[in-house]
Design a protein around this ligand. Structure first.
Ligand code: ASP
Ligand code: MG
Length: 409
């Protein structure tokens, strides 16, 4: 007998028929002798509808009241699922976040979980009940309803699994796992059986469509065994997200190819090559709340340097404005912006013990005549900035160069 936390997303809960389907799946696990705690999202589209409704009444809704409104979608879901379970003879009980006492801070709209009182849930489980908990919501120390940010039900699921020391946290969604890359770009992309937490975080551009990234960080921190599965397929084992030790030693060096379309590059030309310049350029950028990704600096022979970095394309104009203001102070000759870049990354925990990954990556790109504009690396990732028009081509050749279209051993 195992204790399993299952989280069902909005699509899985999208209609009465689908809710019955979830109930049947939960009943199947119960019948196998497992204890089941279910976390549910609002029915698909419901949270958006509630947000829009609030905005019709107020241009800048009060965050506390907005949470009162948007948290209701999940309350409907828990009640409906328990009714569906009872209807097929499964004893079940619903809880809002506040009823469990999922204690959060008071950052409405993006609250963080501080603690979970699992006593009531344990009591119900001991009485052989299925416990159904509303995702996405909690309660602060003053009893205010809070929400955890869009996609937050995943985090509720993981947090409950951590608090209950569950054997597994299963996230049921409309895709059957995490893929080696986006199948819309590479039809040969394969579902990964296993991926580590670190890789999953690096693959955010692919993974964030599957799981709220915060839930992955949470699962990594508390070592929750996390599995992503489709609620529409019976057979697939989905993707297990786990710690490195649990990976198969035969696992390929590279797990996947991630990418991000909306990059822009800024170059500050001809700044004096002296201490403090990087900080004078990037300080004001950081103060304007702009995230900087890749950075390179090239010193010339004439005592000046060119300083380049990338930001998300949405932030480009803002960044140029900030730099225009400091240009004279830092003594820069010119500021250039290039907004047609993208970033492509190869990701894999195996690379730290396998030299030559970068060389293989650069060779594959050069054979297609793709010019690398910037490079950055971490322990488990190598990223290049390239012209956006080459994105699809680059993802395809790298997927092939690292044998990702072949089934794992
Ligand atoms: N219903 C919330 C949302 O749409 C939370 C979730 O689905 O995870 O963001
Ligand atoms: Mg989701």
């Amino acid at each position: 007998m195992a204790l399993i936390v299952q989280k069902y997303g909005g699509t899985s809960m999208g209609s009465p028929e689908r809710i019955k389907n979830v109930a049947r799946r939960v009943a199947k696990f119960r019948a196998q002798g497992h204890q089941v705690v279910v976390v549910v999202s609002a029915m698909s589209g419901e949270t958006n509808r509630l947000v829009a409704l609030a905005r019709e009444l107020s241009k800048a809704p009060d965050p506390r009241e907005l949470d009162v409104v948007v948290s209701t979608g999940e309350q409907v879901s828990i009640g409906l699922l328990v009714l569906a379970l009872q209807d097929i003879g499964v004893a079940a009980k619903s809880y809002t976040g506040g009823q469990v006492k999922i204690l959060t801070d008071n950052a409405f709209g993006k609250a963080r979980i501080l603690g979970i009182d699992e006593a009531a849930i344990r009591r119900d489980l001991a009485e052989d009940k299925v416990v159904v908990v509303a995702g996405f919501q909690g309660v602060d120390a003053d009893g205010n309803i809070t929400t955890l940010g869009r996609g937050g039900s995943d985090t509720t699921g993981v947090a409950l699994a951590a608090a209950l020391k569950a054997d597994e946290c299963q996230i049921y969604t409309d895709v059957d796992g995490v893929y080696t890359t986006d199948p819309r770009i590479v039809p040969e992309a394969r579902r990964l059986d296993v991926i580590t937490f670190e890789e999953m975080l690096e693959m955010a551009s692919l993974g964030s469509k599957v799981l709220q990234i915060r839930s992955v960080e949470f699962a990594g921190k508390y070592k929750v065994k996390l599995r992503v599965l489709s609620s529409f397929e019976e057979e697939s084992q989905g993707t297990l997200i786990t710690v490195e030790e649990n990976r198969n030693m035969e696992q390929p060096v590279i797990s996947g190819i991630a990418f991000n379309r909306d990059e822009a590059k800024i170059t500050v030309l001809g700044v004096p090559d002296q201490p403090g310049i990087a900080c004078q350029i990037l300080g004001p950028v950081a103060e304007a709340n702009i995230d900087v990704d890749m950075i390179i600096q090239n010193a010339g022979r004439d005592g000046t340097a060119d300083f380049s970095f990338t930001v998300s394309r949405n932030d480009l104009d803002k960044t140029v404005n900030v730099l225009d203001r400091v240009k004279a102070v830092i003594g820069a000759k010119a500021i250039e912006a290039d907004k047609n870049l993208c970033k492509v990354s190869v990701v894999g925990v195996g690379m730290h013990s396998h030299p030559g990954v970068a060389a293989r990556m650069f060779r594959a790109l050069s054979e297609e005549g793709i010019n690398i504009r910037m490079i950055s690396t971490s322990e488990i990732k190598i990223s290049v900035a390239i012209d956006e028009k080459y994105l699809e081509l680059a993802v395809r050749v790298l997927h092939k160069a690292f044998d990702l279209d072949r089934p794992a051993l």
